[in-house]
Write a protein that binds this ligand. Structure first.
Ligand code: COA
Length: 147
């Protein structure tokens, strides 16, 4: 069945929560932080998710997870490209993220490591930065423009 990446709807939230929990990613603030999600769906099944908190020109990229059975097929990369386009259309020119496990993946996609103290104030104030991600997480960012 064809795989489609699209903005998430309210009906997708429990599937998003399940994917993030399975990947051991933070779920505590899903209802309270304003996160725009994209999902990858085959029919009714959600097999990938990525989110962004938009604070133009900054954006916090977060909540990237691909279902274990479809990892290694290019879906993570497709989700990031779609998220970058979505964020750019919302006025974001720099995406920042924290990761404990996927720094090589993001490096592959043009993200560079930065010191946590160098991020925009709006990013530093998010709950992911303040409390949800451990201090040991790698902080990365990427400047981009649309083609
Ligand atoms: C990280 C994750 C999203 C990658 O998704 P994926 O669909 O398996 O990745 P892709 O198939 O799109 O891989 C794209 C490229 O990155 C490489 N890659 C994938 N995971 C990688 C990793 N952990 N380290 C280094 N490179 C990686 C692939 O080899 C591929 O390279 P290519 O373009 O040369 O072929 C997935 O492993 C996952 O859901 N992990 C658990 C949750 C997580 O860690 N999320 C990130 C939190 S910020």
């Amino acid at each position: 069945m064809e795989l489609r990446i699209r903005p998430a709807s309210q009906a997708d939230l429990s599937a998003i929560h399940a994917l993030l929990a399975l990947a051991a990613l933070p779920c505590d603030d899903l209802a309270t932080s304003h996160i725009e999600f994209l999902v990858a769906a085959t029919g009714q099944q959600i097999v990938g998710v990525v989110g962004v908190q938009v604070m133009p020109p900054a954006g916090l990229l977060r909540s990237l997870a691909v279902a274990p059975n479809v990892r290694g097929t290019g879906l993570g990369k497709r989700l990031i490209y779609a998220l970058e386009q979505h964020a750019a259309l919302r006025g974001v020119t720099q995406l920042t993220l924290l990761t404990e496990t996927a720094a090589p993946f993001f490096s592959h996609l043009g993200y560079a490591v930065i010191e946590r103290g160098h991020v925009a104030d709006a990013i530093a104030a998010t709950s992911e930065f303040r409390s949800l991600c451990p201090a040991s997480a790698t902080c990365m960012h990427k400047h981009f423009v649309l083609d």
